[in-house]
Design a protein around this ligand. Structure first.
Ligand SMILES: [Zn+2]
Length: 368
């Protein structure tokens, strides 16, 4: 989870009170995405999407990041991480493949290391966290299209039946019978579930833990447990891929990278702990897959989630490239090697997806 995947809740009202933030429920129940979808439908009907796609010729490296592909309602966890159903992903890959060269992780690493300027738009597809559906749903689609993506594994989660903290939080909020949820930690926050859309509440609650300040995640999850009066699910049906499944990705020619060992907010850690997170995941992948990875994607991926200290730790532990996730595209000269920018396209109809990809290239920045 990088959780910079933003569902655009433009109507969210947030009141700042000193250092504390009280999240006030919005009275506007309409999701901004529905407005964006309407705009994209009109854009398609009026031929604007085709025009934007025709104009989208600026040299750029687009790295589009996914977390999960499948049925967003299937397991009741953090559905915002499901960026596409299988059918939607299939259509997205088909559109991208028809319009752009889809490059592979080693090509991008070479491009960045040798500062090779791209002369046309090209796309790399990446997946963070190592969810099982990456193997079960995304891999067959990628193989059918002859496309190779890159998968960044959180080694502590590979093969485990653990439920990640962000999925635990979503699970409890979905099942609570309480109408008011109040959290005291890491800051005061309150939602009225009779008014606020649940998906928004889940994302706002998760966002409380994505800041630079250290957060005791166990204390935060315990607070959600208490506020919801729902026990946290510690284990369940396996959600993350096994090492055998990761080996199948390697056998299919997919790129593999590290998403650290414990999915930590690296910049909050001491240099020693950062080195351990980066080095340990690399060692574990080598032991289990017999390959040496030298690319990493930062958990959370915001600008605050890594620093110059992180860069040194990456160098010391053998990495060549690292990917951020705060919503950028790479225009020549191609990015810093430890900050190749990625962005996310949250779940939307194909017309909207096409429009956003076209606009990102035409303008040099992701526009939602
Ligand atoms: Zn992640």
């Amino acid at each position: 989870m990088t959780h910079s995947s933003e569902i655009a809740f433009c109507d969210s009202e947030v009141a700042f009170c000193g250092t504390n933030v009280i999240v006030v429920t919005s009275t506007v129940p309409v999701r901004a995405t529905s407005r964006r979808e309407k705009v994209s439908r009109w854009a398609t009907a009026l031929g604007i999407t085709r025009l934007v796609e025709w104009l989208a010729r600026r040299p750029a490296l687009l790295v589009i990041n996914y977390h999960r592909v499948g049925d967003p309602t299937a397991d009741g966890y953090d559905s915002a991480l499901v960026e596409a159903t299988g059918d939607e992903f299939d259509a997205q890959v088909a559109v991208l493949k028809r319009r752009f060269p889809i490059v592979e992780l080693p090509e991008v690493q070479e491009m960045v290391a040798r500062r090779i300027e791209v002369r046309h738009p090209c796309v790399l597809l990446t997946f963070d966290d190592g969810y099982r559906d990456n193997h079960d749903v995304a891999l067959p689609i990628l193989r059918a299209h002859g496309v190779r993506a890159a998968f960044f594994l959180t080694t502590k989660l590979v093969g485990s039946a653990r439920i990640a903290w962000w999925d635990q939080v979503a699970f409890m909020l979905r099942r609570t019978r309480r109408t008011t949820i109040q959290l005291e930690y890491p800051q005061l926050a309150r939602w009225d579930l009779s008014e606020a859309p649940l998906e928004r509440v889940i994302q706002e609650a998760l966002r409380l833990c994505k800041k630079q300040e250290p957060v005791d995640l166990d204390r935060f999850v315990a607070g959600v447990e208490l506020a919801c009066d729902v026990a946290r699910p510690n284990e369940g049906a396996r959600m993350f891929m096994s090492w055998d499944e990761a080996r199948a990705l390697v056998a299919a020619g997919m790129g593999i990278g590290s998403h650290t060992h414990g999915h930590e907010f690296l910049a909050r850690l001491s240099p020693e702990a950062q080195r351990d997170e980066c080095g340990r995941s690399r060692d574990i992948i080598r032991e289990n897959l017999g390959i040496t990875v030298d690319a990493l994607s930062y958990p959370f991926g915001s600008r605050a989630s890594f620093s110059d200290v992180t860069y040194r730790c990456l160098e010391q532990t053998g990495y060549r490239t690292a990917f951020s996730y705060y919503g950028g595209i790479n225009v020549p000269p191609v990015a810093e090697r430890f900050n190749v920018e990625r962005f996310n396209l949250d779940r939307s109809p194909l017309s909207h997806y096409r429009l956003r990809v076209g606009l990102a290239i035409a303008t040099g920045r992701p526009i939602w």
